[in-house]
Design a protein around this ligand. Structure first.
Ligand SMILES: [Zn+2]
Ligand SMILES: [Zn+2]
Length: 159
C-alpha cells in the first residue's frame, strides 16, 4: 500500500492539460450509476473531491459541457479539447469543491475507493472489496465517505 505525497499532479491523456493539487483529497469513491458508466465508457467512475483552492490548473484552456443531474442541479464537466480526457466535474451544489477524476493522476498507486455508490446498477460481475462503504444508490451524505478517507489516510501516515 502506497501513501500519497503532496502536491499531487496529473493531466490528460495527450499531456497538454496539467494540474496540481496542494491539499489532501476529501475522499475518493467509485460510482456505478449509468451516467458514470457512460461518462467513463467503462464499468464505473472514480471521483476524488478536493478543495477548489487547492487545485492549480488552467481552467480557461479546458473545454466544458454541462449536465443536469437527477436532482435538477447542474454539473460542469471539464475536459481536454485535444484528447477529450475528462479531468474535473464541478457540482453547482457545492462550489467549494472540485471532483477530480483520479485516473488522470501521475501516481495512481495509492488510489483506492473508500466507498462504492449505486451498486444496484453495477456490472453483474462486480463485487465490492471488504471493509469499504457500500450504497445501493446515492450516499445519504458525504460524512461517512469523508471520515473513511480520513481514517485511511491517518492509518497510512502512521506506518
Ligand atoms: Zn489532452
Ligand atoms: Zn455516478
Amino acid at each position: 500500500m502506497h501513501r500519497l505525497r503532496l502536491p499531487l499532479s496529473g493531466g490528460c491523456q495527450c499531456g497538454k492539460q496539467r494540474y496540481r493539487i496542494t491539499a489532501l483529497p476529501l475522499t475518493l469513491y467509485a460510482c456505478h450509476c449509468r451516467e458514470c458508466q457512460r461518462q467513463s465508457t467503462s464499468a464505473f467512475g472514480l471521483s476524488m473531491p478536493v478543495p477548489r483552492e487547492a487545485l492549480q490548473c488552467d481552467m480557461e484552456t479546458l473545454a466544458s459541457w454541462h449536465r443536469t443531474g437527477a436532482s435538477g442541479r447542474q454539473v460542469a464537466a471539464r475536459f481536454c479539447p485535444e484528447c477529450g480526457s475528462r479531468l474535473f466535474h464541478e457540482p453547482a451544489r457545492n462550489p467549494s469543491i472540485v471532483n477530480v477524476k483520479p485516473g488522470s493522476l501521475d501516481d495512481t498507486s495509492w488510489v483506492e475507493p473508500v466507498g462504492h455508490l449505486w451498486l444496484k446498477s453495477a456490472q453483474p460481475w462486480f463485487r465490492p472489496p471488504e471493509n469499504c462503504l457500500t450504497y445501493p444508490e446515492q450516499q445519504p451524505s458525504f460524512e461517512a465517505l469523508f471520515e473513511a478517507r480520513f481514517r485511511e489516510a491517518s492509518s497510512r501516515s502512521s506506518v
